[in-house]
Design a protein around this ligand. Structure first.
Ligand SMILES: N[C@@H](CCC(=O)N[C@@H](CS)C(=O)NCC(=O)O)C(=O)O
Length: 366
């Protein structure tokens, strides 16, 4: 059976999986997530209207970009592939997992902001064309307008409320400059080979921040090296398969990006952990809602409010699992590295009870 990716060009997490499939050389076909596909394939298979969903060659339906990539990566390894999305050495694997969590769960703020603040009509037309490809442009726009309602509110809910717009843009522009300096000297985040961290970052940086008109212009003008990395990883990633050496070193030029992640995202994750632990204590055994109210956060010297997304902690749990699985000496080195980049929160993270991914949220692990 052919592997089928159900999704769309306009979708963040579809871009992440598509880039991985091409990089891994897995033959696949892509099916547009039209209204019919949502109704007849996606919702019956996974119980929620979400993309991407992948029908694997063995017929299994997989949902969640991380689960899809992990499952296929393991299958490839079983079939004898020597290259994995996870670096073979411990510190690099840690950094790769951290950057996946950063791309998936934090860069959603600038990605949603630029799309819905500057290009909302364009995005509505894109949503309509995805949902009803055979309709006229006028009808597609009307359909897109309706579909876009929850998404257009997402930027504000995630933290890009009007008072935070200057902070969100300052942070993203600084990130672009940091990444541009990095990709001037390295082909991928950790060097010669793309890893899970690259796939985490390609979600926001391709589907939204490269493709959307306003953000795309900004990227092309300000960050030619980021643009080149996006184009290579998304369209022709076979050049990013040169195995990493065994030094376990982290490129110097990546450190500003990691410090930014540590400074911006980790304090919010620590706070969320407190809310999630309290909720789980009060609601034993239950799946968590997708959002648990709001919490305050700071970005570039401004104070904002954002929704508490329990799912984010499942991504942090992956990082913590890797850290906790390290041998004593490796762990010491990793802790020293984390302290050095301002990520000490990961060393002593207030872990909630164990979580399992569940549709678009999490539940207590069995
Ligand atoms: N963690 C999920 C997130 C998937 C996701 O948020 N997909 C978006 C499109 S890129 C979606 O379908 N959202 C529907 C919704 O949030 O209700 C993944 O990694 O696949």
């Amino acid at each position: 059976m052919t592997t089928t990716l159900y999704g769309a060009e306009v979708s963040y997490f579809t871009g992440k999986v598509r880039a991985y499939l091409r990089w891994a050389g897995i033959p696949f076909e892509e099916a547009l997530s039209t209204a019919d596909v949502y109704r007849n394939v996606i919702v019956p298979a996974v119980g929620a209207p979400v993309i991407p969903v992948l029908r694997a060659a063995d017929g299994r339906m997989l949902q969640d970009s991380t689960v899809i990539i992990e499952t296929l990566d393991q299958a490839q390894r079983r079939d004898g592939a020597t290259l994995s999305v996870h670096p073979a050495t411990p510190l690099r694997k840690l950094v790769s997992l951290m950057l996946e969590a950063y791309g998936d769960e934090w860069l959603v703020i600038p990605a949603m902001h630029y799309r819905w603040y500057y290009d909302s009509e364009w995005a509505m037309a894109q949503f309509g064309a995805m949902n009803a490809p055979d309709e006229t442009p006028e009808n597609q726009f009307a359909i897109g307008q309706k579909l876009a309602v929850p998404f257009s509110k997402a930027a504000t809910l995630l933290g890009a409320s009007p008072n935070m717009v200057p902070a969100v843009e300052a942070s993203y522009e600084a990130l672009l400059a940091e990444l541009d300096a990095h990709f001037a000297v390295e082909p991928a985040l950790l060097g010669s080979q793309a890893t899970m961290g690259d796939f985490g970052l390609i979600g926001p940086l391709y589907a939204h921040l490269y493709r959307d008109p306003t953000a795309g212009k900004l990227m092309r003008e300000r960050a030619p090296n980021v643009t080149r990395w996006v184009e290579q990883l998304h369209f022709q990633p076979e050049g990013l398969r040169t195995p990493l050496d065994d030094t376990d070193s982290i490129p110097e030029t990546l450190l500003p990006v990691l410090r930014r992640m540590a400074r911006e995202q980790l304090p919010a994750m620590v706070e969320i952990a407190g809310y999630v632990s309290a909720w789980m204590a009060e609601n034993p055994g239950e799946a968590l809602p997708r959002a648990l109210g709001n919490h305050d956060f700071s970005l570039e010297g401004r104070e904002g409010s954002r929704i508490i997304r329990p799912y984010s902690l499942w991504m942090i749990q992956r990082v913590r699992d890797h850290l906790n699985g390290m041998a004593a000496q490796e762990r010491q080195r990793a802790d020293a590295f984390l302290r050095d980049i301002g990520a000490e929160a990961l060393v002593d993270f207030p872990d909630p009870p164990r979580l399992a991914q569940h549709k678009l949220t999490v539940r207590p692990a069995d």
